[in-house]
Each structure stands twice: as C-alpha cells, then as structure tokens.
Design a binder for this molecule. Structure first.
Ligand code: PMP
Length: 427
C-alpha cells in the first residue's frame, strides 16, 4: 500500500522559508496592506467561550434554510447550464432589473443599465478606489468610518481625512471646513465616502436635512459622493429617509449589498453609478474577476422573484431590534455613568465613548480574560484616534449572551477606571 507523506514534508525546505528581502520585492502599495484590527481579533473572538461583540456578521438564524435549499436546487435543476457558466461582466441583466426594484424602496429611480453587480459591495469599494485614487489623493470619510473602506483606501495610497459626525450624522459645517483646509494645502479631494444609514461603526442615521445640505456642498465643490448603504433597509422604528442617490443621480455613486438583507455568503453587492462612470467600472471589474458569479446572482434573482423577501427583511429587523434593546438596556445597567453611547434605530452597531484615560486597545486582554470581545475604536480611524472608544455589535449573539457580554465588559471598564484612578492618586 502507498504511504503518502504530508505535502509539507514533500516540499523541499528552501521553498517553504520566507524569501529574502521580501519587503523590497513587494510593490510599494503592498506596504499599505495590513490586516485590519478586526481580522486579527477574529481568531480570539470566535472561541466559543467568548461573547463576541466584535464582528459584524449578519445573523442567519432567521433565514429559512429549507427554502434557500429549494431555491438553489430548483435553479440548478432548471437553469444549471446558465447558472454554472461565465456571465456578463456588468452582472446578470435580470438581477440588475430586480436591484432597481429593491432600490426603489429607498426612493431611487434607476436604470438597470447603470447598475454593476459586484462580489459584495466591498469589491465595488475596491473598483471605485482603483479608478479614482492616485497616491496622495484625499478621500473624505466620517469620523469614525468603516474599517474595510479605510483598508481599501490605504491600499490605493490615499490620504484619508476624517470629518466629524454627531448623533445626526456627518456635520455639514465640518465638511465645509474639511474641504477648505485640504484644498488650502494643495491636495486633491477625490470623493466623500459616507454611510448615511445606521453607520458602521456608530449606528447613526444621517438626518434628512443634512443629506440635502451635504449633497449641495459636494455638487458645488465638484466632489463625488460615495453613498455606502448596506444597512438602509434594516431600520427598526420607521423607514429610513430616502437614499442620497434619490436626490442626486449625477454626483452620487451608490453602493448596495444583499449581505445583510439576504445572505453575506452569496457575496452579491452592486454599484449604481452616473452613466459616465459605468464603462470604466465594468472594465476594472472584468480585469479583477471577469464577471461576478452567475450562480449566486441567479440564486438571489430566483429568491427575489419567488420568495417573500420583504417579509424576510422584516424578520431580520425584528431579530436585530430585540438584540439592540438587550444591548442598550444592559449598557444602561452595567456601564459607568461616565460612558456614553449611540442609540441606533437600525443596523448592527453601538459606539461607546469611554473617559479619555481609557485605552480600549490596551484594555482588550482584560476583556478576553473576562470572556468578551469588542473592536477598539482605533480600528475605525486612519489617524490613530479612537483610543477612548469601542464598537459593540449586537447582530450575532443571542440577547442573553449580549447581556452576559455587556455585564462582563462593564466590569472590566469599572476595574480599569478604578485602576487608573488609584494610579493617578499614587503618582
Ligand atoms: N460597507 C459597509 C459599511 C459594511 O459594513 C460592509 C460589511 N460589513 C461592507 C460595505 C461590505 O459588505 P459586503 O461586501 O458583504 O457587501
């Protein structure tokens, strides 16, 4: 009988070591390719004994798997030859039509010809960065902003400039001041990137008035707006304000995703772009992936055509609302009075501000000992700010586990504050 050695033993040793001078051999842009703080946390946070308030994984427990299985089965049985074949670089025509129907829920009137389907909206972020950013160009983002977007902008060697937000979202006056100071320094602004609905990481909803004001500023200043909207349909109390793209089809690049409303594992998102940008974006996408997966696009298309997807979104909202409530109640109960936090009306996240003497990155090992994980605030800033803050996600754990986790974390924060206080008294 053949005895096969493990592959690692068959490969000569010289092939398995790290090549010499690797850093010098990489392209310059590779120096900006750093694992996000969230990624490095995942290994620890996913241990079963840890309550993870860290990752923003959608909760699939409300998605009927039997129904999904039959959608996939019927698709392959009836249309397998197309579903398992290469498809259009711009995306499946029928799905692009259906995407327009989904966007209509947020007041957007779009032409399917201006929709480009992507492998999650993350790929759309990459494509937009690729066609717009030269090294040193400035991208304006909220303070704080989505870690995955910051990583993409860094890879394209952009300079990220944060613009303040409050509980009504990005502050228009701060935007004006930001634009002025960047321009005064002679730098080029390529676009404003923002997440108006239930922002990642703060959960904040941009007010309707500010939407209009921000659009006006950007139009006047000839700065594109990249509206990233994966959470827009996940409002708990009432429908979200119309998308910014509904007000301005010329200057807004809109990014959507089925990751939170259907299933993130299908990796289907899209960009709706002004017609003048479409060609470049499709070419950029073809050069990176040839075409998005026909199989997952057609799965989504069949699901949207035959299943009660609006009701399913309502079920997701109910599931997240219960968890949001559990988190806000337990923060109230277990966190010190000196802490403040956002009160999201949709989405996945709460942003907690602690007294400035606390460094949430340094506090992380204590939290892990207490069996709870979060994401330190610095992950969401390109400039090292955020040491005093943390993002807590309520999307995944059960309400009981959320309470357990927030209680444990509250204990850690209390301890840390006491330690700091006694340290100051001693010094
Ligand atoms: N934008 C934001 C604000 C997000 O939170 C995420 C995922 N967490 C994405 C984009 C990427 O989503 P996907 O690629 O799954 O569509």
């Amino acid at each position: 009988m053949w005895q096969t050695a493990p592959m690692s033993e068959l490969i000569p040793r010289y092939q398995t070591g790290t090549p010499q001078n690797l850093e010098e051999r990489f392209a310059h842009r590779a120096s900006g390719m750093l694992a996000s703080e969230i990624r490095s946390l995942f290994a620890v946070a996913s241990r079963p004994e840890i309550v993870s308030l860290a990752g923003g994984m959608p909760n699939l427990s409300a998605l009927p798997m039997g129904m999904m299985a039959s959608v996939v089965h019927d698709l392959i049985a009836t249309n397998g030859a197309e579903a398992l074949q290469y498809g259009s670089g711009q995306g499946h025509p029928k799905l692009r039509e259906q995407i327009c129907e989904v966007m209509a829920l947020e007041g957007i009137r779009a032409n399917a010809d201006d929709v480009i389907v992507t492998t999650g909206s993350q790929q759309a972020l990459d494509l937009i960065s690729r066609i717009f950013i030269d090294p040193g160009d400035v991208i304006l983002v909220e303070a704080p902003s989505y870690v995955g977007a910051l990583g993409t902008f860094r890879q394209y060697e952009a300079q990220v400039v944060h613009i303040s937000l409050d509980d009504q979202g990005l502050i228009p006056d701060a935007l004006r001041a930001g634009i002025e100071s960047v321009r005064a320094s002679g730098r080029k602004i390529k676009f404003l990137y923002l997440i108006p609905n239930y922002q990642n990481p703060t959960g904040v909803l941009l007010s309707a008035d500010r939407r209009t004001e921000i659009l006006n500023i950007c139009r006047e200043e000839q700065i594109f707006v990249v509206e990233d909207n994966p959470y827009g349909l996940l409002g708990f109390e009432r429908p979200s304000p119309n998308a910014m793209r509904a007000e301005d089809s010329e200057n807004v690049i809109y990014l959507g995703s089925f990751s939170k409303t259907i299933a993130s594992g299908l990796r289907v998102g899209w960009a709706l772009v002004p017609p003048s940008l479409k060609e470049k974006l499709v070419i950029a996408s073809e050069s990176s992936i040839l075409c998005p997966s026909n199989f997952t696009q057609m799965t989504i298309s069949s699901y949207l055509a035959d299943q009660p997807w609006r009701d399913q979104i309502t079920s997701f909202c109910e599931l997240y609302k219960v968890r949001r409530d559990a988190m806000l109640e337990s923060l109230e109960e277990y966190f010190p009075a000196s802490a403040t936090w956002t009160k999201p009306s949709g989405g996945f996240y709460v942003w907690v501000n602690l007294p400035p003497e606390i460094d949430t990155k340094l506090m992380m090992p204590q939290a892990i000992v207490a069996k709870v994980a979060y994401v330190p605030g610095t992950a969401f800033y390109a400039d090292g700010l955020g040491t005093w803050a943390m993002r807590l996600s309520y999307c995944h754990p059960t309400p009981e586990r959320i309470r357990e986790g927030v209680k444990a974390l509250g204990g850690v924060v209390h301890q840390e504050l006491a330690r700091r206080k006694s340290g100051y008294e001693l010094s």
